[in-house]
Design a protein around this ligand. Structure first.
Ligand code: NAP
Ligand code: ZN
Length: 340
């Protein structure tokens, strides 16, 4: 079969490899679609630890082609999405129910072979059923949506709440939709590209901000801002210093800030502890998708989240190495690698 292999840092190519063999507790899945994520580009550039040689791709879905002897509840021909993050189930964090913090966490498409290939093998417990009638491309969004669900869960958005989302990539645009589903009355998205601001307003943002046109903090919480005094909840979805610093200032007193964006390791940001204390802000990190993949699959299956307009391009496995090795094109939200 074909597989996009990261051979070493900076070396990625399509290779012919053996089709994987499923063990007794595994399912073998014929890939229909697999999303390109910023993490794939980080892995290529050596900015995120992994163990090459490995087949990349951790946002995948497809059709079950074979099941191991111990597998039940999933059959050949079923459409499934894979939760790539495999927790050990034995460490102290797993025992405490904090599987995303597992000391031995291993991810499909990072530590073991992933979905930029004709087939992937995964333990049955990582596989979640999707409806037969679902568009094949939609299944690839379960993984990013599951990460967003965890962030929105932590944010505890209540009906009527005011929410600001900083960063309008695929994560920010999914979070906007989840905030709407959670009942937020005001949803403000800040992102630099105009096309994304337009899309965000179509997807549920009640206002958008161009961070290049003035101070976003003032634009939200200033006396003439959209929400004078600040918003109940801020979800930082850009992973850059500016937005992290803005997030704590845009929240209103007693508000909650959830950091979803991955700021490069080692980078420091300016925080005013007096402000955190005096305005009693809650600042939380949101990491991966603990127990949210199944819900993400159900949400995708329900059609409640708009997916088609987040897909900028569909490419073949042959084109995938080039896409991963280069930065995203302007305006691009999500590139999918599709079988064919
Ligand atoms: P992305 O496409 O890079 O989205 C981030 C967007 O933020 C950028 O495209 C950019 O859009 C915008 N941005 C950059 N600087 C900004 C600024 N100063 N003000 C406002 N917006 C700004 O990536 P993504 O796939 O949506 O992911 C977003 C972040 O979440 C990444 O850091 C990713 O690593 C992280 N992530 C975290 C988890 C988790 O488990 N916590 C899971 C998946 C992804 P414009 O050009 O329009 O400004
Ligand atoms: Zn563990």
């Amino acid at each position: 079969m074909r597989a996009v292999r990261l051979e070493a840092i900076g070396a990625i190519a399509l290779h012919e490899v053996d089709k994987p063999v499923s063990g007794p507790e595994d399912v073998l899945v014929k890939i229909e679609a697999c999303g390109v994520c910023g993490t794939d580009r980080h892995l290529f550039r050596g900015e995120f630890p992994c163990t090459p040689p490995v087949t990349l791709g951790h946002e995948f879905s497809g059709i079950v082609e074979a099941v191991g002897s111990a597998v039940s509840g999933i059959a050949v021909g079923d459409r499934v999405t894979g939760d790539p993050n495999i927790a050990c189930g034995r460490c102290a964090h797993c025992h405490a129910g904090r599987v995303n913090l597992c000391s031995n966490l291993r991810a499909i498409g990072i530590h073991r072979d992933g979905g930029f290939a004709d087939y992937v093998v995964m333990p049955q417990r990582q596989a979640f059923l999707l409806p037969a009638g679902l568009k094949p491309t939609h299944g690839a969004f379960c993984e990013p949506l599951a990460c967003c669900l965890h962030g929105v869960d932590l944010a505890a958005i209540r009906p009527g709440a005011s929410v600001a989302v900083l960063g309008g990539g695929v994560i920010g645009l999914l979070v906007v939709q989840l905030a709407k589903l959670a009942g937020a009355a005001t949803i403000i998205l800040s992102t630099r590209q105009a096309s994304r601001r337009v899309l965000a307003e179509e997807l549920g943002a009640t206002a958008t901000i161009d961070p290049g046109a003035g101070d976003p903090v003032e634009a939200v919480r200033g006396p003439a801002g959209i929400m004078p005094g600040g918003v109940d909840v801020v979800l930082e979805c850009a992973g850059v210093r500016d937005t992290v610093e803005q997030s704590m200032r845009i929240a209103k007193a007693g508000g909650t800030v959830v950091i979803v964006g991955v700021v490069p390791q080692g980078m420091k940001v300016a925080v005013e502890p007096f402000d955190l204390l005096f305005r009693e802000l809650k600042v939380l990190g949101s990491f991966l998708n603990p127990y949210t993949h199944g819900r993400a699959a159900q949400l995708i299956a329900s059609g409640a989240v708009e997916i088609d307009r987040l897909i900028s391009r569909q490419v073949s496995l042959e084109e995938a190495p080039q896409v991963i090795a280069n930065p995203p094109a302007p305006g691009e939200v999500k590139v999918l690698v599709v079988s064919g």
